[in-house]
Design a protein around this ligand. Sequence first.
Ligand code: AMP
Length: 219
Amino acid sequence: MKKELIFLGPPACGKGTQTDRLAKFMNIPHVDTGSLLRAEMKKGSPEGKRAESYISNGQLVPVELVAEIIKLRLSQDDCKGGYILDGFPRSLEQAEILEKLNADLDEGIQTDFRAIYFDVDPDVLLARIVNRRSCPACGTIYNVKYNPPKVEGKCDNCGTELIQRADDTEETAKKRFDTYYEQTAPLIDFYKNKGVLKTLNAQGGIEEVWERLKEVVGL
Ligand code: AMP
């Protein structure tokens, strides 16, 4: 059975950290459109250059750009046994694109499709964003207050100097929340109406949420 998991939730709800862990646990890829777009920006590709101004303004990048990126990624061999999507879909239009794409890629295959909504008190999220640091080499995420690296400023996994994402400033984060509530939050009802939504209480520490997540996913 091909496992298709969609992780939904506001910026900094903890889905990146948990997706990483769950993907390793289930041995399926973690597909994260934000990281795919940042990789394009780093390469200086035309797609990356196009995405840059939207990302730095906290807006969604144009749908055709992200649709192409996700199509290429989900068509790769390592996604044949399933995947966890983090950061896609982010609008009803993108959810419809995903349905069409899955209909093509999954013809004749049995699938188990679920959307997991990370439910968190919005008041804690802005503080999480401004304290967030990430490793540009391996993607590990830290929080300087609640989940700091063992050595200040260095990744525990690979020793690389940690960075603060350019869009993790207070001003851009506020715009990202507006974008989330306007365009992404309607997906909660969209998946609820299809009977595939599970809500995860994502409040609390990483370990607590991890234990609840395994239960919600049925592991
Ligand atoms: P994230 O790393 O998920 O917080 O994404 C960072 C930024 O990348 C977002 O604020 C958007 O500008 C852009 N982005 C990521 N995923 C998508 C998507 N599915 N659709 C449009 N823009 C996206």
